[in-house]
Design a binder for this molecule. Structure first.
Ligand code: TRP
Ligand code: ZN
Length: 848
């Protein structure tokens, strides 16, 4: 097929690159890049093919001698030098190109953001900087000279020289081009140090624009905590004298792990109590950790090709999740991670964009930075850790670092490490990497003569291109509780490898209550005929905090499913919430998590899975009715909890106080259905931190009130774009669905909306896509508005436009009228003139 890259076509690059030297002469419209590549043929004669896009070639020479025009050929995608024009042995290839960073709106390659130069090379951005074999299995040492009058000039590695108008950098570690980075600008550092376990002192800097220095302390501390943790948990030390982080305002994603020079979206660095929420603080810490952990899992050991992306991303997400579990509240972190896996990855797996963690073909690799590659990739690593146990997992990782340091690897290499470290055969387990889809695991039970048996069956529905689904190897963590709530069988891991399989527990005095899939030991949908009474029992007694929460979640989901189809709130659920609310032994953060109802999209997905066409308005009404019923029944307890959990004293982002604020906001959300927003208004006006300020504002917006508060907020924060993103988000996401299209349109069309900046665009349009009943409005106005903006963004920034098109991935769930409108919107995008490869691949898959 045209323009498709296949895993099966992989060929090694025929040259080795001993060394790369680059000189950048920076200018907004005409930056000159001179590159010298020291090339050695691996075996025999071969053409040199270098990737290159949007480059103006100024000169080209081999070993100092200019190449004759007939010796090479330049196309839209690269440069080829015929084998016949090359010396027999090693040689140096020099090129000079001109590029225009100021005109680069795609934010890939070298671009400008608020007067500073910066780069983004993953996955294939380096080819927009110079001619080069832009593929991760070509690893080389880089020396970089930057010429510019700007005061701060940074690149990867260690500083080598600097003087008036220039700086030179030397990176001793061979790396693929996607890890290259360069930054130049008027920047200020917040600095610190870290001394590694072997006693080496590393200088740390967080670079930001003048004025933002006061908001960097938390990020610096997070970096130090991450460095320490990686030494303790994985035995991994940092390997340069310097670690730089730079915050950039225009950025397509969260952050990037460039060697020794991480570049971050500024919203994932800058934090102060007045401007950042508890969740922002938690994310900043997690992303700083994630990018730092890539230094070993991604940089020292990288990917052979982009099909292996989950080798670095799944593992690094698993590592950052483990870190956050260790430094914050472990059980709560697991609950949040699973909730987000279900909301994003299960949704992806159930629709037209489903793909395996390791796909086998793509048109645009940027479209595969997905929840499946990242979050499901992390779950698969977690299952390996469960199967091998803590010590076995550590032994396997030690072997991985020993065996593969400095290499570009595959999922096969990774699996082999686990097989060699454990002596186990993991060939069936490997299906988790190579097949798409979420297995459905159903279970029934028997109890005879003191023996309790669980009968499991696994079924995975077909996904695009994969009609057959052989059984997976599924680790199922199970514990059993006695009738009085005591645990009679502590957690053990059952290993299911067949389509149907039974497991027995003998010597039991009475029929136990099973707690299945503890800690969410596998990314599957568990189906079990159970009673509300049994779920309430687990919510009260399970020793596994994840399954305790899960029991409450099941109750809430089941009652919402019934209510969305005309039923009444389930009394068992209402009573269970009352019990949980009154359980003073449970952490506030846990109680907050239990009070939060499943989102509208999750209910729609559950209905669709049961073969019911979801009605977004009925779902929204059901959710609001249930909130009101809970508030009416438990008003006194909610008021008491709300008042008891005010946090006195100065703000701290720690998990303890953050959990108290979460519980307060969760109770306030319920109480707001009774008091017309009176308490939320009071909290808004008293708030001294952004968590409470934006939390209260969101509740008012959801009630269809709060205009005065919205205006006050805008007046106070007009000059803080990151804070105004929150102002746009709450309105787009929480405005009543009948008003949302108009609210979003008004904000979008006000002159103040800087839509070319991805954070601004996402705050408004991404917020709107999360307004379930607003986006899926029956007359199609939501789809049409969204399509208009994707069409407008695509020519400037295809990567972000394509990512955001996933809002449409569920369109086939809904009724015929909505489907007709969604399809029309998608076809309109598909027909837009000059549609990018990124967005055209996405729309093609969405319409298939
Ligand atoms: N590798 C980065 C991470 O996971 C993410 C990334 C990939 C990225 N492509 C990007 C970030 C483009 C910004 C822009 O941490
Ligand atoms: Zn990553």
């Amino acid at each position: 097929m045209d323009g498709v890259t296949l895993l099966s076509d992989y060929q090694p690059y025929p040259f080795e690159i001993e060394k790369v030297s680059m000189v950048f002469h920076l200018a907004p419209d005409a930056t000159r890049v001179r590159s010298t590549l020291a090339l050695t043929p691996r075996a025999g004669a071969a053409d040199v093919h270098l990737d290159g896009e949007e480059l103006r070639l100024v000169s080209i020479a081999i070993d100092g001698a200019p190449l004759a025009p007939e010796a090479y050929r330049v196309t839209e995608t690269g440069l080829t030098i015929a084998a016949g024009a090359l010396p027999a042995g090693p040689f140096e290839l020099q090129t000079e190109v001109e590029i225009a960073p100021a005109k680069n709106t795609a934010l890939e390659g070298l671009y400008m953001s608020n007067g500073m130069y910066c780069t983004q090379c993953e996955a294939e951005g380096f080819r927009k900087i110079t001619f080069y074999p832009d593929r991760p299995d070509v690893m080389a040492r880089f020396h970089v000279r930057i010429e510019s009058d700007l005061p701060v000039l940074l690149s990867n590695g260690n500083p080598a020289a600097q003087g008036a108008g220039f700086a030179e950098w030397d990176d001793p570690w061979p790396k693929p081009a996607y890890l290259f980075a360069l930054v130049a600008g008027d920047l200020r550092a917040t600095s610190g140090t870290f001394t590694t376990a072997s006693g080496r002192k590393v200088d740390l800097n967080i670079w930001v624009r003048p004025g933002d220095e006061a908001r960097c302390d938390f990020a610096l501390g997070a970096l130090q905590r991450s460095m320490k943790w990686d030494e303790q948990a994985y035995g991994r030390e940092y390997d340069l004298d310097l670690f730089n982080i730079v915050a950039v305002d225009d950025f397509n994603m969260g952050a990037m792990e460039n060697k020794g020079l991480n570049i971050f979206n500024s919203k994932l660095v800058l934090a102060s109590p007045e401007t950042a929420t508890d969740l922002d603080y938690e994310r900043i810490e997690a992303v700083i950790a994630h990018e730092y952990f890539h230094n070993w899992t991604g940089n020292r050991i990288t990917c052979r090709d982009w099909f292996q992306l989950c080798l670095k991303e799944g593992l690094t997400v698993y590592r950052d999740q483990s870190f956050t579990r260790d430094v914050r509240l472990g059980a709560l972190k697991r609950i949040d991670d699973v909730a987000s896996l279900r909301a994003r990855q299960f949704r992806e797996d159930a629709g037209p964009l489903a793909h395996p963690p390791r796909p086998s073909s793509y048109r645009e690799i940027n479209n595969f930075y997905t929840a499946t590659v990242y979050e499901k990739g992390a779950e698969v690593v977690g299952m390996l850790a469960t199967l091998l146990g803590g010590e076995g997992y550590r032994k396997a990782l030690d072997l991985y670092f020993d065996r593969h340091d400095g290499q570009a690897c595959t999922i096969e290499d990774w699996i082999k490490v686990f097989e060699d470290a454990s002596g186990r055969d993991l060939s069936q387990f490997k299906l988790w990497y190579t097949q798409a889809g979420t297995p459905h695991l159903s279970v029934s039970e028997r109890f005879e003569n003191g023996t309790y048996t669980l009968d499991f069956e696994q079924v995975t529905a077909p996904t695009p291109g994969e009609p057959e689904k052989p059984p997976r190897h599924i680790p199922i963590a199970v514990g059993l509780l006695g009738p009085n709530g005591d645990e009679v069988v502590p957690t053990q891991v059952l290993e299911m490898t067949q389509g149907r399989q039974s497991f027995s527990f003998s010597g039991l005095a009475a029929k136990p209550v099973p707690s299945i899939l503890r800690g969410f030991s596998a990314p599957v949908v568990l189906e079990r005929d159970t009673t509300p009474a049994e779920q309430a029992f687990l919510l009260a007694h399970d020793t596994d905090p994840f399954n305790r929460w899960e029991a409450g979640r099941n109750l809430a989901r089941d009652t919402l499913i019934a209510m969305a189809q005309g039923g009444a709130p389930a009394p068992d659920y209402i009573a269970a919430v009352g019990q949980m609310l009154g359980d003073a032994t449970a952490m506030p953060a846990f109680r907050a998590a239990c009070l939060r109802l499943p989102g509208e999209d999750e209910i729609a997905s559950a209905l669709a899975a049961n073969g019911v066409v979801p009605d977004p308005d009925a779902i929204r009404a059901a959710r609001r009715d249930l909130m009101k019923a809970l508030a009416q029944t438990h008003e006194a307890a909610l008021v008491a909890a709300y008042e008891a959990h005010a946090v006195p004293g100065p703000y701290s982002p720690d998990a303890g106080p953050a959990g108290q604020r979460a519980l307060r906001l969760a109770t306030l959300a319920l109480l707001s259905t009774l008091d017309a927003g009176a308490r939320a208004k009071a909290l808004f006006s008293d708030a001294t931190n952004m968590t409470e300020s934006i939390g209260a504002l969101g509740l008012l917006v959801a009630q269809g009130t709060g205009q005065a508060e919205l205006d006050a907020f805008a007046a106070r924060w007009a000059s803080e774009p990151l804070v105004m993103d929150k102002w746009r988000s709450v309105q787009a996401m929480l405005s009543p669905p009948e008003a949302a299209v108009e609210v979003v349109t008004a904000i979008a069309e006000s002159g103040a909306f800087e839509w070319k900046n991805p954070n601004r665009f996402r705050s408004l349009l991404g917020g709107f896509a999360a307004n379930h009943a607003g986006f899926h409005r029956a007359d199609g106005a939501g789809y049409a508005l969204y399509a208009d903006w994707l069409i407008k963004l695509d020519p400037l920034n295809p990567q972000t436009a394509a990512r955001m098109s996933t809002a449409f991935e569920t369109w086939r769930r809904y009724d015929a009228t909505r489907q007709t409108h969604a399809q029309a919107a998608l076809k309109r995008i598909a027909g837009a003139p000059g549609l990018s490869r990124d967005l055209s691949e996405m729309v093609g898959r969405l319409l298939e």
